[in-house]
Design a binder for this molecule. Sequence first.
Ligand code: SF4
Ligand code: F3S
Ligand code: FES
Length: 250
Amino acid sequence: GRGSVRKFRVWRGDAKGGSLENFEVEVNEGEVVLDIIHRLQATQTPDLAVRWNCKAGKCGSCSMEINGKPRLGCMTRMSSFEPDEVVTVTPLRTFPVIRDLVTDVSFNYEKARETPAFAPPPGVAPGDYRMQQLDVERSQEFRKCIECFLCQNTCHVVRDHEENKEAFAGPRFFIRAAELDMHPLDARTDRKEYAQAEQGLGFCNITKCCTEVCPEHIKITDNAIIPMKERVVDRRFDPIVFLGRKIFRR
Ligand code: SF4
Ligand code: F3S
Ligand code: FES
């Protein structure tokens, strides 16, 4: 069909500050928010900064906030808004702005580096790793993560609390911990204890906002966080384990 002219608002600025800028822009059938941003770059504002790559919901680059909701720009159809609705696009709120819609997501890379990597049991050569198909499938869901960091951006523990960032790895790294915890060959560390002691799992009060925004529909809270928490609780408060620990320490 023929295009229509729609109202579009984009945050422009950098680390020192910025403001919303209004545009009127052509929108055609089937287009997504990222298409509109590209049209603005082509026609009205060539220096508008945005990060993108695949335009297929798979690279995780085009994370932004659209009408206040964390979304992928390439997967948000313009037809999902009312025809007269102003569409407002702002950068992710939890990470520092570099310019316009581009934020510095290095918080997430730091947390990734801090997560102990997979390590097989000693004495098992790479060619000898064997896993049951069932064990492969159990964590398959978590390996769908595209690292868009929308969950990290949304979690209220860090969203407006810069001071919590150091102690909190965030939902993306809780699913990584859960994935390794389910891995029958991972022998590096007790992932549940580690998540509690080092990744700040205790900060999470299961609000599930992370799950709601995940474009891969990973059940972050139900399938990763809650099982990790439950097992930590089991171990800490199981009287036999507790007694065993006390006796062992003497
Ligand atoms: Fe994105 Fe989902 Fe991965 Fe979080 S878990 S980074 S929301 S794909
Ligand atoms: Fe944050 Fe998700 Fe927990 S939004 S509080 S990590 S359930
Ligand atoms: Fe790759 Fe949107 S451009 S996920």
